[in-house]
Design a protein around this ligand. Structure first.
Ligand code: GGG
Length: 355
């Protein structure tokens, strides 16, 4: 019997509300599979920032290194600039633990309506591989003459052959295991003539090694159009850090809601703990109302259990969520319902025991 040691950073806004339900679902699921979870909660985020002037203590990454995985809720607060909250917590975690693969699935569930016309359940089923430790989020640059008329800001993207190759290879390896055997690469190499040209070159080279995989390479402006026009044609998608981030808000909304978008930040070497979080942010507009959709966080917990090797527990959560949506069970306002976060969490917990 396994016991998983999980660090929880519920964070800001609706983060604590949805994380509570994710923990409840994970506990119910491992209860079925025979594993258990030892949760350790850390009070980091903007409340900590208001008290201490930083998002987490100086040695927080050393604390996190001791865990098997991390579950994160959300970071962000209307009174703190977003680059402070993101660079003070989430991005250092991804870099320190070499979580170079960000997995973001988008699946149109039975019982959920796409805002696009005539989409049938399961017809949209894509998995975005977002490069997660370099690219446009490398945090390299500087400011000079700040606050004057000559204010200058330089923001540098970092693309390395190693960084491109490992995310692209991970995407191909996954495509081999999926029935449709397709990978689409998204760049903007006509305008970004160094980093994204390197990306395109690496994509072409890796593709040669996978002749069974059908490939396409799209500029990001065309990709946003095609995500709307022919979303069914995408299987595995691989994109840079920024493009992957933007495209997965679009992929989430075409399958019904940001409230269904789960994600995993993975260190494929297994040397470091990986982190699991809903794609959505802290949603200050609905914080405290008890109406945030917990399903993205719950599905992120399922990704965590699968990563930790407890496939039965992960599958129990996936089955419960699919059944909840299919059967017209409680749903939050983002999905057209009137239910509360906790009602959805309770229904998932009940279904985990029965389906
Ligand atoms: N659920 C985590 C969260 O709060 N994400 C907000 C965000 O802006 N994330 C940026 C990113 O994933 O790079």
């Amino acid at each position: 019997m396994s016991q998983f040691r999980i660090a929880v950073i519920a964070g800001d806004g609706i983060g604590p509300e949805v994380t509570r339900e994710a923990m409840r679902a994970a506990d119910a699921a491992v209860g079925r599979s025979g594993s258990s979870i030892a949760w350790t909660e850390f009070p980091w985020g903007t409340d900590y920032y208001f008290a201490h002037g930083r998002m987490a203590p100086p040695d927080f990454l050393d604390d996190l290194a001791k865990f098997d995985a991390m579950l994160l809720g959300a970071v962000g607060h209307p009174k703190v600039q977003d680059h402070i909250t993101l660079n003070g917590l989430l991005l250092p975690i991804r870099r320190r633990f070499d979580q170079c693969v960000c997995l973001r699935p988008a699946y149109l569930y039975d019982g959920v309506e796409s805002p696009l016309r005539n989409k049938t359940p399961g017809s949209i089923d894509m998995l975005v591989f977002r490069e997660n430790t370099e690219g446009e989020y490398a945090n390299v640059g500087g400011r000079v003459y700040q606050g004057s008329d000559h204010d200058v800001a330089i923001q540098t993207s970092v693309f390395t052959r190693r960084g491109c190759e490992r995310i692209i290879r991970a995407a191909f390896e996954k495509a081999v295991t999926r029935p449709r055997h397709r990978v689409a690469s998204i760049t903007k190499s006509n305008a970004q003539g160094y980093g994204m040209v390197l990306w395109d070159e690496v994509f072409a080279a890796v593709a040669q090694e996978y002749p069974q995989i059908e490939t396409e390479s799209l500029l990001v402006d065309r990709a946003v159009m095609e995500f709307v026009r022919r979303p069914e044609s995408f299987d595995v998608v691989v994109a840079s850090n920024l493009f992957g981030d933007i495209l997965t808000d679009l992929s989430a909304i075409i399958v019904g809601s940001m409230g269904l978008a789960s994600s995993a930040n993975i260190d494929p070497s297994g040397k470091h703990p990986s982190l699991f979080e809903p794609v959505h942010g802290s949603a200050p507009d609905i914080t405290g109302l008890g109406i945030a959709n917990p399903l993205a966080a719950i599905l992120s917990a399922a990704m965590m259990l699968e990563h930790l090797g407890d496939a039965p527990a992960s599958q129990a959560i996936h089955r419960a969520v699919a059944e909840l949506l299919r059967s017209g069970g409680p749903r939050t306002p983002d999905l057209g319902g009137k239910s509360k976060t906790a009602d959805v969490g309770a229904a998932v917990e009940e279904l985990i025991a029965s389906v």
